[in-house]
Design a protein around this ligand. Structure first.
Ligand SMILES: [Zn+2]
Length: 311
């Protein structure tokens, strides 16, 4: 069976794995996120050598999920938040020269959505949205049986839909984005505002306090869940997805966010579109990015001709 490599660059680590055609991870490795472009390329080279050694057969191609937005026309990453030196680098050709195999790169959330679609909880549907609700909110959209790319590859940024026009300033330059109003950070912010406390605390701890009956914690979690539901309602009306998958730490194991978010989505979307959509947990957890990147690498080139936009 042919094997492919998937790489997933995050804020703290570069994770990778060798994945077979059924989406099964055969070997995994991980290293801290490099700060520079040179560091990135030399780390990829050594991780790749390690994977090759472990698997003992040629890896056919590699996929890379990268934070930021991926420019289809230039085969490069833009607005990369963690490894700034990668901005504007034609990363697909550079990685192909380095590794000697075909390389497919994309936004990390697109790769995760692709992984859930091919090998996770989204198998068998033609219209699927994955929202990863953690420190930020990543999103990938499968529409009419293909990954939605838009004109240049920048589509699918559902985390930056404004759901509260006068809300918090967002790193994207907007205000009141789904990411600033429904992420783990939003839960922490609301709890601190309500309690006046500056204590270091995570969203997970606040969710535990909410479950134990802390009123401020419950209110913070409920408000963030409500905004998540507003976002879900917009997505249901726009895309009529058969499934929306929710991943990330905020969804945890309990229903404290999922249930109120789904109830809000029901109030905010057309009844038939809502009823046609199943909202459930993603299946692949932290491995969706690796599995999706490898699955993308396994696909034949799609022959996409990107438009030139307003240049
Ligand atoms: Zn934003």
């Amino acid at each position: 069976m042919a094997v492919f490599a998937g790489f997933d660059l995050g804020g703290t680590g570069l994770k990778c794995g060798v994945v077979d055609e059924n989406g099964k991870i055969l070997h995994k490795a991980q290293a801290p996120t490099p700060a520079t472009a040179e560091g990135f390329f030399s780390l990829v080279e050594s991780l790749w050598a390690g994977l090759q050694k472990q698997v003992g057969e040629p890896i056919r191609a590699a996929g890379f999920g990268l934070p930021g937005i991926f420019d289809l026309a230039g085969r490069r990453i833009l607005e990369s938040p963690h490894t700034g030196g990668l901005d504007g680098v034609e990363i697909e050709p550079a990685l192909e020269r380095l590794l000697g195999v075909p390389v497919r790169a994309d936004n990390d959330a697109n790769m995760a959505a692709y992984g859930e679609w091919r090998h996770g909880a989204g198998r068998g549907v033609a219209n699927l949205i994955l929202l990863t609700v953690g420190t930020g909110i990543g999103a990938g959209i499968i529409a009419d049986g293909r990954l939605l790319r838009g004109g240049r590859g920048y589509a699918g940024e559902a985390g930056h839909m404004p759901v509260r026009p006068d809300g918090e300033a967002c790193a994207c330059g907007g205000r009141g984005c789904l990411e600033t109003e429904a992420s783990a950070r939003s839960i922490v912010r609301r709890y601190r505002e309500a309690t006046g406390s500056g204590e270091p605390i995570t969203a997970e701890e606040i969710q535990a306090r909410a479950a134990a009956g802390d009123a401020s914690a419950r209110a913070a979690v409920a408000e963030s869940a409500r905004f998540l539901g507003i976002g879900l309602g917009i997505l249901i009306n726009l895309f009529n997805p058969e499934k929306i998958l929710l991943g990330g730490g905020v969804l945890g194991a309990g229903d404290d966010v999922l249930r109120p978010a789904v109830e809000e989505a029901a109030r905010r979307s057309f009844k038939n579109a809502y009823q046609a959509c199943r909202i459930e947990r993603a299946a692949l957890a932290n491995e969706a990015g690796i599995i999706g990147a490898a699955a993308r690498a396994a696909e034949p080139a799609a022959g996409i001709i990107p438009s030139r936009g307003n240049e």
